[in-house]
Design a protein around this ligand. Structure first.
Ligand code: UD1
Length: 418
């Protein structure tokens, strides 16, 4: 098993192009199942989660070729509609194949993903929405059998919470249906827009109406296309927190700066200088950070829950008391015990974290508990005196394409050891 060793003391400087988004690539790869032709997906990050998605595509009968950040999927011969438990378990987001397999074959059989490191993660909204769309669903012992038994002329779904995964599954299941599907209170994350842009390139008719309403007019047939996945806004944010704690001046290329509107003020309040121009973000940090009160994680365009852990690592060395309220996932504070081992002073009260900034953290051996919690430990390592050894980094590899190489380009002292 690999570990990361991070040594602090060097300010970050330089420029990198941010990798493609994991949370866009996974639903887009799943969406290729609907196409029945050849799609070339560019800027697809090389991650263990994307490899898991490719394994599912091959199981379903797709021919998949991979090149440098390009995945070519030929889904002409998809015939299979069940996904074995072993493939489903590789990643939680495999649930997004429910909508695409159902959309292509009219039925789908797979296992429910179950809880994970950051919470229970139920799929009740996915299933109730598919029922509204005319599907019969049977569930037993975590196994789901879903079949479209009715073709509605119109299905109207109002989500009680704008779930990202449920919105994606509804869109995928509706794209090739015979009628029109309307989703109210749909998720508005940029990754949803990316998925829809890809599907529309393939011939879908999906539009965003008033805030939070998506209309999907089912079409008969799709065609292949070439598509480039958007940059990963959470990965970009992680590098921003790294520069904030280590000090320095870094520039991130390839991003959509509109995705950062609610997070830039947090960095500015902490004392960093952020410049955004077209597809470029520059962040400078040259003094001790200041505490930031009242960060609340919310569905987009609110502050993203995925940025909570790296930002907490950043604020653990900011002067004063910061407050973060985690509103999306119930167990998303697992990184706190590891940050505390490094000397952070963080108190958790329910969904509230009170971070009493310390002047310095101390390097020690810590364990990544989940993807973003693991990235937070890398950020903390950049702020800690001495060496930080991070174990269990397979979590980090699920979402960051060689995190050590990118930080090294920016001048950090970080290496991977076996
Ligand atoms: C996606 C992202 C994840 C991000 C999250 C919130 C991917 C691969 N993952 O996860 O990185 O942190 O959005 O921005 O894109 N819920 C229910 N019932 C449901 C579905 C969700 O109660 O049927 C709850 C969940 O338990 C959670 C909240 O809704 O508390 C948000 O979940 P959701 O938006 O669905 O997140 P994911 O799609 O799982």
């Amino acid at each position: 098993m690999d570990s990361l060793i991070v040594n602090s003391g060097r300010p970050l400087a330089g420029e990198i192009t941010v990798q493609g988004s994991k949370n866009s690539s996974l639903p887009i790869l799943a969406a290729t199942v609907l196409v029945g032709g050849v799609c070339q997906i560019h800027n697809c990050p090389d991650l263990t989660d994307t490899q898991a998605a490719i394994a599912i595509l091959r199981h379903l009968g797709c021919k998949v070729k991979t090149g440098k950040n390009t995945v070519t999927v030929d889904s002409s011969d998809v015939s299979c509609y069940n996904i074995p438990d072993s493939l489903m378990r590789e990643m939680r987001s495999s649930i997004v194949f429910l909508g695409s397999v159902l959309g292509r074959t009219g039925k789908a059989e797979l296992s429910a993903p179950g809880g994970c490191e950051i919470g229970l993660r139920p799929i009740d909204l996915h299933l109730s929405s598919l029922r509204v769309m005319g599907c019969r669903i049977e569930e037993d012992y975590g196994h789901i059998r879903c079949e479209r038994v009715k073709e509605n002329r119109t299905s109207v779904i109002s989500l009680s919470f704008p779930s990202v995964g449920a919105t994606e599954n509804i869109i995928l299941a509706a794209a090739l249906s015979k009628g029109r599907t309307v989703i109210h209170n749909a998720a508005r994350e940029p990754e949803i827009y990316d998925l829809v842009a890809f599907l529309n390139e393939c011939g879908c008719k999906i539009s965003f109406r008033m805030q939070g309403t998506v209309v999907i007019e089912g079409v008969k047939k799709l065609h292949g296309c070439r598509y480039s996945v958007m940059a990963d806004r959470i990965v970009a944010l992680t590098y921003m927190t790294g520069a904030a704690v280590a000090g320095g001046d870094i520039t991130l290329h390839g991003v959509n700066t509109n995705h950062f509107r609610t997070v830039i003020p947090v960095f500015e309040a902490a004392g960093c200088c952020v410049e955004d121009r077209k597809s470029l973000l520059r962040i400078r940090s040259d003094k001790r950070l200041r505490a930031v009160r009242d960060i609340r994680t919310m569905p987009y365009p609110g502050f993203p829950t995925d940025a909570q852990a790296p930002v907490m690592a950043m604020l653990s060395v900011a002067e004063g008391t910061s407050v973060i309220i985690e509103n999306i996932f119930e167990s998303r504070f697992k990184h706190v015990s590891e940050l505390s081992r490094m000397g952070a002073k963080i108190k958790i009260e329910g969904k509230i974290a009170l971070i009493d900034g310390v002047r310095e953290l101390y390097g020690t051996s810590v364990t990544a508990s989940d993807l973003r919690g693991g990235a937070a430990l890398v950020v903390a390592g950049l702020a800690a005196k001495g060496s930080t050894v991070i174990e269990n980094i397979s979590h980090i590899d699920r979402g960051y394409e060689k995190i050590e190489d990118c930080f090294k380009i920016l001048g950090a002292d970080i290496k991977r050891v076996n």
